[in-house]
Ligand binder design. Structure first.
Ligand code: BGC
Length: 738
């Protein structure tokens, strides 16, 4: 093997096609052998990684284990490396002589984000929030959204997308709930798993994050999530496990917080026992940005790559530190080789080497906006619709829109996942204008979209600043639509309320036909809920949010979203009524999260997990349940008995004795039906959802006995239940669905 001493410029390698890479390069004849090494597609990713490792010098190996923030960070005097994509989250240098490209890393879950603020913005297509996508209960839409944002990442020259956010909504005030996929481990795991698979269909890596139990932002850097092992396995870890089985992410991002003592990024139980020995996951663990607190300890626990040097004061995986830990025997060479191999393996397995990215490719914004709009439309939840006030009649009428900047656009969530729109921030200047802001409104105006869909109506707007003026305008109209917004962002937790509850109260007092449209990061309290006939939850609806909202309000879109979270009546219904606190966070509710808590406590939620209305009716029946391996299959019919086409989230719940809660979501299907149409639906129930985790027996244990399966339109609207006797069963920690 010829070894090339002079590194080549990356541009040349990366703009070349895979075909060109395999060809001898005239100008630098010695490159031929070396480039062939990366371009040789023979062998499994493991074999190719091993071959590559054998060619690497120690310096080269160590260089793959630490990444840089992709943007200047003045607080610590950090200047991003020139080769980084400015305004991005991360950069890990490549090794040109071996054909190993750099890792260009970008956030994340709803699109290609920009770090460093609006001045350096990269305008890209934003999906609705992760919670909105979860509310679609539609696997195909989750995949399509992932595929779209992955394609924009690729077009931009990013080959690692830091998405796949699957922390459970355990704390409804968590400022990052909008990035996640709800309170149920099955729903969250399936939807995020699909998104990861969609991202990776572009031959780039997706991560899953934040591993694990990063379920509040208060004190996230030092806080300790305390949760007994069985509960951990049956809740937060199960969501990750399912997402991994479906999406097979190339990387996992360990979290900022501690879990039962140790920091997540130096946690042998999480990073080695669970991820590798039990789940058999072959990828590499990267840290969250600044989440590493040691060198040898973290490496030996299972961390493979420290991310984002520059965003914190110390680099624990800097080459000198790793080398001195090697010299002192705290880390073995074998461990270093393993870390490097895992990174290389994911790069081979996910196409980073065979199909290298290049920057500045064109993006089809029209097509990508359509993907975002379809996702937003299917994720909007019609919570309440008394007297069929919605959809709005097509006949001429006076409608007033109030508040929420509904004349200009729709709100989005802040922090590292912030995507800047093509087009300007529709409402610039709202505080905070810098981290954890800025507050960004996407230029998709509900007012304009509504006017386009209802050309005969007289539609006006009031900003809602003066309640009496807004109330008078509502009084003079036939219908008032009030927009309630809650801004949320990374690094903060937020009160469970919209900006102006009293505005909604004043309008409702003056106009019986008041419709509330919510744009929120997570569940909010609705003290005015019984004073208004209709409530629509649009979450953070993304780049085409105004169009999606107008579509649902007018019936151009039949709503089909269902809640991925429980909406409580009051704070005292929560396991932790008090605001999130620093230090030890004792998750005493264990795996009894969300609706499971409400069921177990006998609390009556305002709107139950799984709830969502439609402009048509669905009838369920003919439920039968059979055993399938260690699990179940539930079969039933769904009929659209109304007048318009629509889709429903059919939900199968399972129950057994001695569980943490009266029932669990066992499976689901999104079913689209024309009027009068009936479909036979089969939903498989994963055997882990019929078992309890046993620490003593180290696995999933099911007692022999009678179990129930139900179909429902929500966790509180159960339509039919059947019982089935099941034998005892044991599934090892290594068990995974075939
Ligand atoms: C966030 C991560 C993100 C990273 C890089 C951190 O602050 O917690 O989710 O991927 O920054 O931007």
């Amino acid at each position: 093997m010829t070894v090339i001493k002079s590194p080549r410029l990356w541009g040349a390698l990366l703009t070349a096609s895979a075909l060109t890479l395999a060809m001898p390069l005239q100008a630098e004849p010695a490159d031929e052998t070396v480039v062939t090494l990366a371009a040789d597609t023979q062998g499994t990713p493991e074999e190719r990684a091993a071959t590559m490792l054998a060619q690497m010098s120690q310096d080269e190996k160590l260089s793959l284990l630490m990444g840089y923030f992709g943007t200047d960070f003045p607080p610590v005097n950090f200047e991003a490396p020139e080769e980084a994509q400015y305004g991005s989250a991360g950069y890990v240098p490549g090794i040109a002589r071996l054909g190993i490209p750099p890792q260009w890393q970008a956030d994340a879950g709803i699109g290609v984000a920009t770090q460093g603020g609006a001045e350096v913005k990269r305008a890209r297509t934003a999906l609705p929030s992760g919670l909105a996508t979860a509310a679609t209960w539609d696997r195909d839409l989750a995949f399509a959204g992932g595929a779209m944002i992955g394609s924009e990442a690729r077009a931009d020259g990013f080959n690692v997308l830091l998405g796949g956010s699957v922390n459970l909504v355990r704390e409804p005030r968590n400022g990052r709930n909008f990035e996640y996929a709800g309170e149920d481990p099955l729903l969250a795991g399936v939807m995020v798993g699909q998104q990861i698979a969609g991202v990776q269909s572009n031959d780039i890596i997706s991560t899953s994050k934040h591993f694990a139990v990063n379920d509040q932002e208060t004190d996230r850097g030092r806080g300790n999530s305390v949760l007994d092992e069985a509960s951990l396995r049956m809740s937060d870890l199960l969501a990750f496990q399912i997402a991994h089985e479906i999406g097979e992410p190339g990387s996992v991002m360990c979290a900022y917080n501690r879990v039962n003592g140790p920091y997540s990024c130096e946690h042998p139980f999480l990073l080695t026992q669970v991820l590798r020995e039990e789940w058999g996951w072959p990828g590499y663990v990267m840290s969250d940005w600044g989440a590493v607190h040691s060198t040898a300890n973290a490496a030996n626990a299972g961390l493979d790559q420290e991310s984002g040097y520059g965003l914190q004061m110390a680099a624990n995986f800097a080459a000198e530190k790793l080398q001195s830990a090697l010299d002192s025997g705290e880390i073995s060479q074998q461990r270093i080789d393993l870390m490097v191999t895992r990174i290389l393996r994911s790069m081979f397995a996910h196409g980073l080497i065979d199909n290298p990215v290049s920057a500045d490719n064109p993006i089809d914004f029209t097509a990508n906006r359509a993907v975002s709009q379809a996702d937003a439309e299917a994720g909007i939840v019609l919570l309440k619709n008394e007297g069929g006030i919605l959809p709005l009649a097509a006949s001429a009428q006076r409608i007033v829109l109030i508040g929420g900047h509904a004349d200009k656009g729709v709100i989005s969530g802040g922090g590292s996942s912030q995507v800047y729109p093509d087009g300007e921030n529709a409402v610039p200047g709202i505080e905070p204008t810098s981290w954890p802001g800025p507050v960004v409104y996407y230029p998709s105006s509900p007012l304009e979209e509504l006017r386009a869909l209802l050309p005969d109506a007289q539609i006006t707007f009031h900003d809602g600043e003066h309640h009496e003026v807004a109330a008078a305008a509502a009084n003079a109209a036939d219908i008032a639509i009030v927009f309630g917004t809650q801004w949320a962002s990374e690094s903060i937790d937020v009160p469970m309320q919209v900006k102006d509850d009293t505005l909604i109260e004043s309008v409702a007092l003056n106009q019986p036909n008041t419709i509330v449209v919510l744009q929120t990061g997570g569940p909010v309290l609705m003290p005015w809920a019984d004073k208004v006939p209709a409530i629509v939850e649009a979450w953070f609806p993304g780049r085409m949010g105004g169009a999606a909202i107008a579509g649902v309000l007018t019936g151009a879109v039949n709503p089909s979203g269902h809640l991925p979270v429980t909406i409580p009546r009051s704070l005292d219904q929560l396991p932790h009524p008090e605001d999130p606190q620093p230090g030890d966070v004792n998750y005493t509710e264990g795996a009894t999260v969300g609706y499971k808590w409400f069921d177990a406590q006998g609390h009556d939620p305002l709107f139950a997990f799984g709830h969502g209305m439609s402009y048509t009716e669905f009838d369920y029946g003919n439920l039968s349940v059979t055993r399938a391996g260690d699990g179940l299959v539930a079969t039933f019919t769904v009929t659209n008995s109304g007048d318009v086409a629509g889709a429903d989230a059919a939900q199968v719940y399972v129950s057994g004795d001695g569980w943490e809660a009266p029932k669990r979501l066992g499976g689901f299907a999104k079913v689209a039906l024309d009027p009068g149409e009936t479909q036979l639906v089969s939903v498989a129930v994963d055997p882990r959802l019929l078992a309890m985790w046993s620490v003593e027996e180290d696995g999933w244990v099911r007692e022999a006995g009678s179990y129930q399966a139900s179909i429902g339109e929500s966790s509180r609207e159960i339509v039919e239940t059947v019982s089935i006797d099941l034998p005892a069963s044991y599934l090892s920690p290594q068990w995974r669905p075939q």
